[in-house]
Design a binder for this molecule. Structure first.
Ligand code: XMP
Length: 430
């Protein structure tokens, strides 16, 4: 890393990432480190220009007050403290610093250079990846999600055909999603891409399984199995690429933060298939990952796509999945996404999709009574997915979507718009 860095020491504040984000937005790279970092560890970080001690509600953990190593004050870096004033700091603040204060700390006090940008980041990572990988090969599970797509593009730039991507189509992808992954990575970017259509395998395993957690477990375990089988067919692979990003690490729990969300990645591979990891996005927040994807030339639909759960349409085809209901779900979802894009709503709404419950409702088609599926439309806005509000979709827009779905997806007899925020509902139905 050639870029200057401001280190935030984590004393239990939930605002650490907010400050790190603000500093990066000002063009200076910032990382969060544990409060008990040693002077040697601090010195081993590249280009540290200043330190922020950020206290917070978990300042006392299990009855014991946490504090920084006192030698930190003697390292020669400018230090400011927020929330636990101490006489040894250059400045003590009782609330989060405002932008002008931060600017003055970064550029006047610390003399940091505003050199954090995606061009520099990519240059650095290409060099680091080449150094780490040498002439060996890297295997990557390419789901087509933002993180794995950006890792693929970055690894491709760094090591070209030493990268082997595997895309597993579990049959629960949205319409044309797998086809797009193949088109972009194999046809446009010339990546080594192994495409595995495992639809039948997944759907057979899921047949008759109605419990949502059981469905998730089957999909996760089967994914590992298919990926493992592909990995065993390949020779000379030493590394596994992963799209782990900064919030995955921060949310996995720090010494002082009590938030814990398990790190999701291609874990669970058997012992004899252990690879060294290449995780070039480890330092990036989600919007930085997108900016990196744009800089690498990935298509906007790939970089700005809405969040899509790992188990895919499997958790939106409620209860035991059947092929015809899955088809109704995939087609209605494609129509909804098309209409959202036409109306410019795709840039405004955080997540929007359809769901098909496991029952039929009566309807009339061709002057005859007919039983059909019910499609539920969900469109929500959120910042962190912990709470979500409903998008107030226009009635004319909704009527257009209802008309298209019922006309084009003939197995559907009704369409509903769901209005429950999170809480009390969750974003997904299962
Ligand atoms: P909920 O339904 O919990 O969803 O309000 C919050 C966010 O998480 C996504 N989600 C998942 N993502 N695997 C994933 O990778 C899953 O099993 C899963 N379940 C929910 C959901 O789409 C929303 O963005």
């Amino acid at each position: 890393m050639k870029q200057d860095m401001i280190v935030i020491l984590d004393l239990g504040s939930t605002e650490n990432t907010v400050i790190a984000r603000e500093i990066r937005d000002l063009g200076v790279y910032s990382e969060i480190h544990p409060h008990d970092i040693t002077v040697d560890e601090l010195k081993a970080l590249n280009n540290v220009k200043g330190i922020i001690l950020n206290g917070g509600e978990n300042r006392v953990v299990d009855g014991v007050a946490v504090d920084v190593n006192p030698a930190i004050y003697e390292c020669g870096y400018p230090v400011i403290a927020i929330d636990h004033p101490t006489a040894k700091c250059d400045t003590n603040l009782d609330k989060l610093p405002d932008i002008e204060f931060l600017k003055s700390f970064l550029f006047d006090t610390c003399k940091a250079e505003a050199n954090w940008n995606m061009k520099n980041f990519i240059e650095d990572q290409v060099e680091l990846i080449r150094k780490q990988v040498g002439d060996k090969k890297v295997l990557l599970a390419l789901s087509g999600g933002v993180d794995s797509s950006v890792v693929a593009a970055l690894l491709l730039k760094a090591i070209g055909d030493q990268l082997v991507c595997v895309h597993v189509n579990h049959g629960l992808m949205r319409k044309n999603e797998s086809e797009n992954v193949v088109e972009v990575f194999r046809n446009q970017l010339n990546a080594n891409l192994i495409y595995v259509d495992a639809t039948d395998r997944f759907l057979d395993k899921l047949a008759g399984v109605a419990d949502p957690e059981q469905k998730r477990k089957i999909i996760g375990a089967e994914f590992i199995r298919v990926f493992e089988e592909e990995a065993r067919k390949l020779e000379g692979i030493d590394f596994l690429g992963q799209g782990t990003i900064y919030p995955d690490i921060i949310e996995s729990g720090t010494k002082t933060a009590k938030v814990v969300k398990s790190h999701h990645n291609v874990g669970g591979l058997p012992e004899d298939l252990q690879f060294a990891l290449v995780e070039p996005l480890l330092q990036l927040f989600k919007d930085e990952v997108r900016a990196c994807g744009v800089e690498l030339g990935l298509p906007a639909e790939m970089v700005y796509r809405q969040p899509f759960p790992g188990p895919g349409l499997g958790v939106r085809c409620l209860g035991a999945i059947t092929r015809d209901r899955l088809e109704a779900l995939r087609e209605s979802d494609a129509i909804l996404r098309e209409e959202f894009a036409k109306a410019g709503l795709d840039k405004k709404v955080w997540q929007y999709f359809t769901v098909v419950p496991d029952f039929k409702a009566v309807g009339v088609r061709n002057h005859e009574r007919s039983m059909g599926y019910m499609v539920v439309i969900r469109a929500v806005n959120t910042i962190d997915a912990m709470t979500a509000s409903i998008e107030r979709l226009d009635y004319d827009f909704l009527e257009k979507v209802v008309a298209r779905i019922t006309e084009e997806v003939t197995s559907v007899s009704r369409v509903c718009y769901e209005l429950t925020p999170k809480p009390v509902a969750t974003i997904e139905f299962e």
